[in-house]
Design a protein around this ligand. Structure first.
Ligand code: SOE
Length: 386
């Protein structure tokens, strides 16, 4: 089988998500090119070594330029903070590697155009991490629109709401610094919404927006990661240089109107990524917290059953359903087995019985047989009879 040899830069949240994807892919999509997790790269040696062994990479390095010099790699996966995307992507392309880069592509439009130019010139494949497109429910929305089943599209309204920095004492992590992140909620969350809008509705022709940075200064962290940080230097503070929230209205080329809201200040919303589309023949609603479902409404339904129906978009005939689980077992089913396995491993390590165990199995069997007995003898059966 053909393999795609991967070198990955970044090993935190996205590094884990990408590694997990490469590891699981062959199990569900056996006919595809097999990803080979060759080498993972990160600045902190201890951190990257730990990630390499935890995620299953063959090797690790702390020097991304060395990584690009290797001739045993086909693809460079960039999920390090946004300020390094450009340099790495351009050099990777020049070295003849395919490039996968997390969003937002770059800190500025100018930089992103240079990156595009580089991959085109090098004639390598390039991809960006707009992962929400690949939720089968989003793909179903796309199919309904493309087949004209929602009619003319009037509205696209989308919101991506988080609340992880509401506390003013939350430190100034890199995602709150413009020179590293490019922007705040806008580029981090709004980028996903804009991509979904492009994918589903089409080209945006004009926009008007507003933004706010509610907390203008935050404690400086001594040690930071993407979404969290520890310690701070004696109450010293630094300026937040990105938006906490950005809202905008948009017009699409096809006449539809759009509204977009991205915020890290929506208390109670950990990560609500949703959109609603209204067309002349129907509507759809997507909510990532229920990512396997799409709510669908058709104007032409008979009056007495009008309303939104909930479609499980991970069942056949929907996108990727053949590769996953039998009908009715949505994506995520697999994680219940991972959790079971964790309990088994932990119990063995702690020298205790895992739960559930054979006692639970016997208790279950007892009820099964009591029910059979009750059916056979047409009477109430006490569980204690068995
Ligand atoms: C953090 O805000 C974050 O992880 C984003 O960076 C991701 O792109 C988004 O999918 C979830 O939230």
């Amino acid at each position: 089988m053909e393999t795609l040899k991967i070198g990955m830069i970044g090993y935190k949240f996205m590094g884990k998500a990408h590694s997990h994807a490469y590891r699981d892919l062959p199990m569900f999509f056996p006919t595809h090119i097999r990803p080979q997790m060759k080498v993972i790269c990160g600045r902190n040696e201890e951190g990257v070594a730990q990630a390499a062994s935890q995620f299953g990479w063959e090797e690790y390095t702390t020097n991304w330029e060395d990584l690009l010099k290797r001739n045993d790699l086909d693809l460079i996966d960039i999920n390090a903070p946004s300020d390094v995307h450009k340099d790495i992507a351009i050099k990777a392309a020049k070295a003849g590697k395919h490039v996968f880069c997390e969003k937002p592509l770059a800190l500025t439009l100018k930089d992103s155009r240079e990156m595009l130019e580089a991959v085109e010139l090098a004639d390598v494949k390039h991809m960006i991490g707009f992962n929400y497109r690949f939720a089968p429910a989003v793909m179903l929305a796309k199919k309904l629109i493309d087949e004209g089943r929602l009619g003319d599209i009037y509205h696209f309204r989308a919101w991506f709401l988080q609340d992880w920095i509401v506390n003013p004492e939350f430190p100034l992590v890199w995602r709150l610094q413009k020179d590293i992140a490019g922007s705040g909620a806008h580029g981090d969350l709004g980028a996903h919404l804009i991509d979904l809008a492009h994918y589903l509705i089409g080209e945006i022709t004009e926009v008007i927006g507003m933004n706010e940075t509610f907390i203008k200064e935050r404690p400086l962290p001594s040690n930071m990661t993407g979404l969290s940080a520890t310690g701070n230097l004696d109450g010293q503070k630094g300026a937040v240089t990105v938006d906490d929230a950005t809202l905008f209205l948009a017009r699409f080329r096809n006449g539809a109107l759009g509204s977009f809201e991205s915020t890290r200040f929506a208390t109670g919303h950990r990560s609500t990524n949703s959109f609603e589309i209204n067309g002349s023949k129907g509507s759809v609603i997507f909510d990532f917290e229920r990512m396997n479902e799409l709510s669908v409404y058709f104007v032409d339904d008979q009056d007495d059953v009008q309303g939104f129906r909930r479609v499980l978009a991970t069942d056949p005939p929907h996108a990727y359903s053949d590769a996953w689980w039998p009908a009715g077992h949505p994506i995520g089913y697999e994680h219940t087995f991972i959790h079971s396995a964790v309990e088994l491993m932990e119990a063995i390590r702690e020298d205790r019985l895992p739960v559930p165990n054979f006692y639970d199995g016997v208790n279950c069997q007892q009820v099964l047989e009591a029910v059979d007995l009750s059916i056979n003898e047409r009477r109430w059966v006490q569980i204690s009879e068995l």
